[in-house]
Ligand binder design. Structure first.
Ligand SMILES: [Fe+2]
Length: 252
């Protein structure tokens, strides 16, 4: 198999639209592409009728696929949103931010990872990502804008509520879209919560207690029908996780 074929990301389209809406039709869309060796989910969330979108967590080698998705939807990107600063979620940010000429929104609690992504793995030499993975990290720091808890982002025709959910990393955030008309609300949960599991907290500066507190404070109050788009793995709902996720069940 050619190298390009092995590295080609899996492309999955999910459109939590109203019944009968064509996947490529007008209206809101949330497209997912699974990227890189860590199989991290990147989302392109937008509104086809407005021709606008945001990109969430563009991970390893995600540039071409994200650009293709935006072109497919006929959408201009307004911003790159980051749920946290781990390299599997930010790998392609420099390339895309410059190419799309957009700001990058990250909680300041993860600025240390932006400055040195290798620090997320522990006590590694700063040039490890270059020597081991071939990544020349050149972050467009001038484009960084701070996220803060309870901030409302008006982007791509949406009002996204930011919640600061530390634990997996100090600056982890989730993005909640409640204003969805007849559609189910949506939560971009990063690595806070997955289908059947929750994020690791054994990486540097992780905190299990902070993460469980964040889940109780931010996730449990959401409507059961809220669709959860996680940083890894398939989508789920708050209702399903509330009854089946052992980590959430311990909080209920
Ligand atoms: Fe992570």
């Amino acid at each position: 198999m050619a190298r390009e074929d092995r590295r080609r990301p899996e492309l999955l389209l999910s459109t939590p639209g109203r019944p009968g809406r064509a996947p490529d039709g007008e209206g809101r869309f949330c497209d997912r592409v699974v990227l890189g060796m860590w199989q991290a989910n990147c989302y392109v969330l937008g509104d086809a009728s407005l021709g606008t979108a945001v990109v969430v967590d563009p991970g390893q080698d995600g540039g071409p696929e994200v650009l293709r998705l935006l072109a497919h939807r006929g959408a201009d990107c307004e911003a790159i949103l980051l749920t946290h600063g781990h390299i599997d979620h930010i790998w392609s940010v420099p390339e895309l931010a410059r190419r799309l000429d957009v700001p990058v929104l990250l909680h300041p609690g993860d600025r240390w990872l932006w400055d040195d992504p290798a620090a997320g793995f522990g006590d590694l030499p700063p040039d490890t990502l270059r020597t081991q993975l071939g990544l020349d990290w050149d972050p467009p720091t001038e484009r960084l804008e701070d996220l803060r808890d309870d901030q409302r982002l008006s982007l791509a025709g949406m009002r996204l509520r930011v919640r600061h959910t530390p634990g997996h990393t100090p600056g982890s955030c989730v993005f909640h879209l409640a204003d969805t008309g007849d559609d189910a609300p949506l939560l971009l949960s990063g690595d806070l919560i997955f289908a059947g599991s929750v994020g690791r907290t054994d990486f540097p500066r992780g905190s299990w207690q902070d993460q469980m507190d964040a889940i109780a404070r931010v996730v449990l109050p959401l409507e059961d029908r809220t669709v959860v788009h996680s940083g890894h793995g398939p989508q789920t709902t708050v209702g399903v996780e509330r009854v089946s996720n052992p980590f959430l069940r311990s909080l209920v």
